[in-house]
Design a binder for this molecule. Structure first.
Ligand code: SF4
Length: 281
């Protein structure tokens, strides 16, 4: 039976760890835009919404690194970003018209590739809305360009009292002295830092590597938040870890470390209304 490309069952086939044998089969199985960010999720120019309480604002298409596992690798260059004041006003208008939105993710691309003035313009625009409780600055700079996280920028973010930084580390070796100092600048300025990790074959696909990472993160006062299965996108089969192996890693981690340091292991299923814990599948 052929399943609709965006159905959760379709996505689960991708997560079962088996690699289709032929190129056409792979093409059918994976999608460049699995979460419809060029389609139904695009609400106004530069703003996407997949879940009721949060929206994602595309601030740029530039990044400090081009991650092989990036969900958006297939849509960079096609996705529309917020370029003008009028675009930003339309995004703000959308949020105001949807009072259930309380969490705004400033992403892209990586917002910290923009100059401070532009970063703060985005941050302040959304932090000023009473309904918005959280403004997430989504950036790999803490890991990939830690000197970009200056004390001055950290203080400006902290002053809003609404900013959380979401970053990504995939192995403990990425927590260099510079990265730890960048995290400390944020935390000491009142900005909580959380980490999303991607489960990658040959990089961190063992309980030992994951525990080393979670311990290094918490020592740096970065909260391990999610571990994601690779998204159903083309070109990352070599990094894909099977669900059964992922569950075994999660179980071993849960038996070895306290809740503060233990993230949720989840998968992002096209069409699902939440991030789905892997233990439920
Ligand atoms: S930093 Fe984030 S947005 Fe940029 S390529 Fe990596 S995963 Fe994608």
């Amino acid at each position: 039976m052929r399943l609709a490309a965006k159905s959760p069952r379709f996505a689960l086939q991708v997560f079962d760890g088996e690699r289709p044998k032929t190129a056409p089969a792979r093409k059918e199985r994976y999608e460049a835009d699995p979460f419809g960010e060029l389609g139904a999720a695009a609400k106004v120019k530069g703003l996407k919404q997949r879940f009721a309480d949060r929206v994602l604002v595309m601030t740029t298409e530039k990044c400090f690194v081009n991650c092989r596992h990036c969900t958006r690798q297939g849509i960079f260059g096609k996705s529309r970003i917020v370029e003008t004041d009028a675009d930003l006003e339309r995004c703000i208008g959308y949020v105001k018209a949807h009072p259930e939105v309380r969490d705004v993710l400033l992403s892209g691309g990586d917002i910290l590739t923009l100059p401070d003035a532009k970063v703060m313009k985005f941050v302040k625009a959304f932090a000023a809305l009473e309904q918005v409780e959280v403004v997430r600055v989504c950036t790999r700079a803490v890991c990939a360009n830690p000197l970009r996280v200056t004390a001055r920028l950290a203080r400006a973010l902290g002053r809003t009292r609404k900013v959380w930084v979401n970053t990504q580390f995939n192995c403990a070796d990425e927590l260099t002295a510079e990265a730890r100092e960048a995290a400390a600048r944020l935390v000491e300025a009142g900005v909580p830092v959380s980490c999303q990790t991607v489960l990658l074959k040959g990089v961190n696909d063992s309980a030992e590597e994951m525990l080393r990472l979670f311990r290094a993160l918490t020592a740096a006062r970065i909260r391990p938040y999610y571990v994601f299965m690779c998204d159903p996108i083309p070109g990352i089969d070599r990094f894909r870890v099977s669900l059964s192996k992922a569950r075994a890693i999660e179980r071993k981690c849960a038996e070895s470390i306290g809740g503060l340091a233990l993230p949720r292991f989840v998968m992002d299923l096209p069409g699902a209304r939440r991030k789905v814990p892997i233990c439920e599948r």
